[in-house]
Design a protein around this ligand. Structure first.
Ligand code: FEO
Length: 398
């Protein structure tokens, strides 16, 4: 039995990437990795749905060749142009110059820009179909999930949705491909949220539009191009994506992300006071040291929690640089509609609180208080910090 078989004539051909440190050159995936999933439809016309990063190309092509000779590919569907799904395209073209590329109009220029591929391209409209023999494929445009040219491919005969980035996640596959093969998928759900917050969150409105549009389909299996294939419970990953996308609109759940950076321990002392006040009010904050935690791991918490408390010192009349990096990434990822408070120590000049306000204007962050203090945390200031934490918990109730 071929283990990577989704259906009688549909196969997964993908590679695990466990050596790239930073996905997109930005996001740490060391220790977890990622998979680049591609799918083969063996029919009267042979189809490849999405490709792979230019990485382990021999292994990838060998997997395809075990099912279909590369020379016998008739169509390559490019749902999305980002090079983690298209990197091997030029090489594949050199092997087989005849296959037709199926893509949206917006992908055409990118094909030229990235790979100098200009021929044998068929542009498909939203809802257009392609018969490959037994299979009838329908293409649905889902712009900005993840790039403007993105579409998904739905196979009517098997009810499989090839969703590319949508419903994907970090985490190399561990020898099994399907959700029902893992007794525990909390790990993949957690890594999917991190992937969502890092890669997709900026486009939460397009994600919700796509979910509404695709909701009309009878989907039995979701086959993304990163991570697990969801055949037992495809609704689960759709519901998770919907929940995460809505965080960008409703501000998230009733929780608190407590960020801090510290130079000499004074802001950390105040963080402890604020955390104590929060816990005495019945909540436990998720605490991150921004100098020692990559924003990749902080963004999921900021996306999920309605409350964000920023504790960072003034650094050269501005905000502690590691905190600037976290806030900048949250702004890029459209992490909006938050209740926020600030605290931090300064030596010879204030400036951090002002910088927080400047950086987040336009994000609908309700920054309802800021506590800048000179030097150390006195007992009186410690109490003030506790009270700040308590007030913050109360503010979340409104
Ligand atoms: Fe997995 Fe937007 O590429």
């Amino acid at each position: 039995m071929i283990k990577n078989c989704l259906n009688n004539d549909i196969f997964l051909a993908g590679v695990n990437d466990r050596t790239t440190d930073l996905f997109e050159g930005l996001w740490p995936i060391d220790g977890v990795g990622i998979s680049y999933n591609s799918y083969i439809i063996k029919d009267s016309k042979n189809v490849l749905v999405d490709l792979s990063k230019s990485f382990k190309t021999d292994e990838f092509f060998d997997q395809i060749s075990a099912i279909v000779n590369l020379e016998d590919l008739d169509y390559v569907i490019i749902n999305h142009m980002e090079p983690d799904h298209t990197g091997v395209l030029r090489t594949l073209r050199r092997i087989n110059s005849k296959f037709e590329i199926i893509c949206t109009k917006k992908a055409v220029k990118m094909l030229k820009d990235y790979y100098d591929v200009c021929d044998n391209i068929r542009v498909v409209e939203d809802g257009e179909t392609l018969s490959t023999g037994k299979h009838e494929l329908v293409f649905y445009h889902v712009p900005f999930v993840h790039w403007p040219e993105t579409m998904v491919t739905y196979d009517k005969s098997s009810s499989i949705l090839f969703s590319c980035d949508a419903f994907g996640g970090y985490g190399a596959l561990q020898g099994a491909f399907f959700d029902d093969e893992y007794s525990e998928i909390t790990y993949y759900e957690k890594e999917s949220l991190r992937y969502y917050a890092n890669i997709v969150a900026k486009f939460s409105t397009p994600v919700l539009n796509a979910i509404t549009k695709l909701g009309l389909l009878d989907i039995k299996t979701i086959a993304p191009s990163h991570g697990l294939v969801w055949r037992k419970n495809p609704e689960r990953i759709v519901e998770l994506y919907k929940k995460w996308a809505k965080y960008s609109i409703n501000g998230g759940e009733n929780g608190i992300t407590l960020l801090y950076g510290t130079m000499y321990g004074n802001t950390e002392n105040m963080m402890n006071a604020v955390a104590q006040g929060i816990s005495e009010s019945g909540m436990i904050p998720e605490i991150f040291d921004v100098a020692r935690t990559h924003p990749s791991y902080i963004l999921p918490s900021m996306l999920k929690n309605r409350g964000i408390i920023i504790g960072a010192p003034t650094y050269e009349v501005s905000l502690f640089p590691y905190m600037q990096q976290v806030i900048q990434k949250a702004v890029i990822k459209n992490i909006k509609h938050k209740k926020v408070a600030y605290f931090g120590s300064y030596g010879w000049s204030k400036g951090a609180y002002k910088k927080v306000q400047e950086m987040t204007s336009g994000m609908d962050w309700d920054i309802h208080e800021g506590l800048e203090f000179a030097g150390r945390v006195t007992p009186e200031l410690y109490n003030e910090g506790c009270e700040l934490g308590k007030r913050f918990v109360k503010s979340l109730e409104n």
